[in-house]
Design a protein around this ligand. Structure first.
Ligand SMILES: [Zn+2]
Ligand SMILES: [Zn+2]
Length: 285
């Protein structure tokens, strides 16, 4: 049984539509695939409708969190997508994007850069507007030569002159909300140090005490040493260990099912969840 518990679709920043994702998951020989778009459940209906026979869908989301100034991601599985408190929190995170972009534009205007909302919105197109689009506008205006040159303290890097914080959920609050919605919480890629500072083990221990169910260990952003360390930590704290691709279609090189979760761990996740059930594929509606 091959189980991949972390995949993105065009409902967030993946390149496969939800329907393409489940078809590709079946073609990759998976038995179980989880749809875990960033802060949204809007891909569910399309994925369920297209689900091939023999493939089971686990509904989920990857929640944007921050603790002690460190951003982190929390995978939430099989929660009730209609539960109002968790729904409100997801909307808060998502709806923050537009005012945040306006805030960055205002700061840039204050620094004498003539960037406009129309320009940034045009660059974003159909995608939800974010900091990379503001950075592209700075390139267009000739303020910086490349997008990465905009991610400096002078401009848009965290804490930079034109930076505006985004709303991220406290992970302890995320755990509380996901549990209230009947779901299961797994800390995504906790050792992904290339992405910036990581959450200390002491905080992971506190999360375990607060009801965290597991940590994602087998992930492309973890080297062998990191995996061994995290596996040991999970053993000490009594946490489930998952593995998953964090597939983003063609945006990343990782393949569906490149990392997988042990069937026993998957069984435990489904036993703990009360908010939703895995959906068995019937061959499409
Ligand atoms: Zn993530
Ligand atoms: Zn992800």
């Amino acid at each position: 049984m091959r189980i991949d518990l972390h995949c993105h679709s065009t409902a967030s920043d993946g390149t496969d539509t939800p329907a393409e994702l489940v078809r590709n998951a079946a073609a990759a020989g998976l038995d179980v695939v989880a749809l875990t778009d960033h802060d949204t459940t809007r891909g569910y209906a399309e994925a369920v409708a297209a689900l091939p026979e023999g493939l089971t869908l686990v509904t989920g989301a990857e929640l944007s969190c921050r603790v002690d100034g460190v951003s982190m991601h929390m995978l939430a599985y099989l929660f009730d997508p209609e539960e109002p408190d968790l729904l409100a929190e997801r909307e808060l995170v998502r709806d923050d994007r537009v005012p945040r972009a306006h805030g960055m534009i205002a700061k840039l205007n204050g620094l004498g850069v003539p960037v406009t909302w129309e320009q940034v919105a045009r660059i974003a197109g159909d995608g939800s507007v974010g900091r990379p689009h503001v950075a592209s506008a700075l390139v267009e205006l000739g303020v910086v030569p490349t997008v990465s040159d905009a991610f400096t303290q002078e401009w848009l890097a965290d804490g930079g002159r034109a930076y505006v914080e985004k709303h991220e959920t406290d992970p302890f609050e995320a755990i509380r909300l996901v549990k209230q919605a009947g779901g299961v919480c797994v800390f995504a890629h906790p050792g992904a140090s290339k992405r910036g500072r990581t959450v200390p083990e002491s905080a992971i221990a506190e999360m375990a005490a607060a009801g965290l169910d597991g940590i994602e260990v087998d992930h492309m952003d973890h080297d062998e040493d990191t995996r061994a360390r995290l596996r040991g930590l999970a053993g000490e704290l009594g946490l489930l260990v998952t593995g998953s691709s964090d597939y983003h279609g063609s945006r990343k090189t990782v393949l569906l099912g490149e990392y997988t979760t042990d069937p026993e761990v998957y069984g435990e996740i489904t036993r703990r969840a009360t908010g939703a059930f895995p959906v068995p594929g019937t061959g499409g509606a």
